[in-house]
Design a binder for this molecule. Structure first.
Ligand SMILES: Cc1cc2nc3c(=O)[nH]c(=O)nc-3n(C[C@H](O)[C@H](O)[C@H](O)COP(=O)(O)OP(=O)(O)OC[C@H]3O[C@@H](n4cnc5c(N)ncnc54)[C@H](O)[C@@H]3O)c2cc1C
Length: 374
């Protein structure tokens, strides 16, 4: 048993746990975190590092903007790369342009800093967008690109060195009985506990997870070797397929026509949930993805066929000076269908915070402020 009494204990040091720890420590709480691995190796270090308010529907847009502000604040304090690059979505078909027009028309007065660009303006903003057949592009000014591996490491260090947060690595929490939290024989006392275990639904409160309908999603990713020194991607990029994927475009009437065309022309892309996004890292590598496979029994193996489909679609809208793929991997996140997060109290004093699906980097800091009421 440990003598110290903690205000807050957090299980999991991915972005959800880090956001809660940072927000609680900033408000003056003593915080202890537990990570079962020697370092965070979950979805948080495997993603694009896109902080993407433009992908959020109205209901979560403000939460995303709150998060964006914290990312920029933390980047400065903790010393990591965070580029307010904005994003661009390129349209090569009339039905894609229709969705972009409708989106700008219906959302321009809701805080989204968006604009429809003619091809020549789009090409001025991005040197890598394919000019052939370009009909226009959506420009959004609010997106920030971080390097998830660098940012996660720096936030861990900053919490420990500057904010007095204790992080215990190689410590898998196996049991909670509030106010006690235990790893094997060792236990700690904490007033409040947050369980942020990402795609691990099997260790803590498995029966609560099983009853919730929450599931997992596997995404395949790739990264080029570094581009030439000082080369910058500029805006993070995507094209038509992405419009059918993000909730922010779901209210557009024109999305139905686009979905029908993709179902007819690109059925394999629909089957594997592929849409293509591009971001950059602090070292100038280009991160490219992704696919979406859902279920509790996901294959541990990656498919070369899926990666080829991703690169084929990418070649329609962008190319980089260096296209050599240096790494491939997959990440898994938790998703509760139809919901933007899964927040429940399995017992008094304990809150599960999970299920941020493909938007954990975009929403975690804002959600933490709402949960902790700071
Ligand atoms: C490939 C990919 C790309 C993505 N791209 C983006 C993007 O660009 N923008 C965006 O907004 N979102 C993106 N997302 C979503 C985002 O990455 C996730 O929503 C987010 O990382 C989830 O964070 P988390 O803290 O819940 O989980 P994780 O990062 O998986 O962290 C959970 C942690 O808990 C630890 N843990 C679990 N159980 C225990 C236990 N019992 N005891 C101790 N430790 C435990 C694990 O070891 C792990 O470190 C992407 C996701 C993936 C997979």
């Amino acid at each position: 048993m440990n003598d110290q009494n903690w205000d807050v204990a957090v299980v999991g040091t991915g972005i959800v746990g880090l956001a809660l720890a940072y927000t609680a420590a900033k408000a003056g709480s003593s915080v202890i975190m537990f990570e079962r691995h020697p370092r965070a190796i979950g979805a948080t270090i495997r993603n694009f590092g896109m902080v993407w308010p433009v992908g959020q529907p109205l209901e979560t847009f403000e939460r995303a903007m709150q998060s964006r502000a914290v990312w920029l604040e933390l980047a400065e304090k903790a010393g990591f790369w965070a580029a307010p690059t904005g994003m661009m979505c390129a349209a090569y078909h009339d039905d894609e342009l229709d969705v972009l027009e409708e989106f700008v028309e219906t959302r321009k007065n809701n805080g989204y800093e968006i604009e429809l660009l003619r091809p020549e303006k789009a090409l001025e903003k991005s040197a890598v967008i394919n000019p052939a057949g370009l009909k226009g592009a959506l420009w959004s000014a609010t997106e920030v690109n971080v390097d998830p591996r660098e940012a996660t490491l720096r936030i861990h260090r900053y919490l420990q060195e500057a904010m007095g947060v204790t992080i215990l690595y190689d410590t898998a929490i196996t049991y909670i009985n509030h106010p006690w939290i235990a790893a094997g024989d060792e236990q700690w006392y904490a007033e409040r506990m947050y369980v942020c275990s990402g795609a691990d639904f099997e260790t803590l409160y498995p029966e609560i997870y099983a009853a919730s309908g929450i599931t997992k999603c596997k995404l395949q990713m790739m990264r080029t070797t570094p581009q030439l020194a000082d080369w910058q991607l500029g805006p993070t990029l995507c094209a038509g397929l992405t419009l059918t994927h993000y909730g922010s475009f779901a209210h557009c009437e024109s999305i139905h026509t686009l979905k029908k065309r993709f179902a007819a022309q690109l059925p394999a892309y629909q089957e594997w949930g592929i849409h293509v996004l591009v971001s950059q890292t602090s070292k100038g590598e280009i991160t490219i993805g992704d696919s979406h496979e859902y279920g509790l029994d996901l294959s541990p193996f990656d498919s070369a066929y899926i990666n080829k489909m991703i690169l084929d679609y990418l070649s329609n809208f962008a190319a980089f000076p260096n296209m050599q793929i240096g790494e491939t991997w997959h990440g898994i996140y938790a998703k509760l269908p139809g919901r933007t997060e899964y927040v429940v109290e399995p017992e008094e004093g304990v809150t599960i915070v999970n299920g941020l699906s493909g938007a954990g980097m975009t929403l975690s800091f804002g959600l933490a402020q709402e949960i902790l009421k700071t």
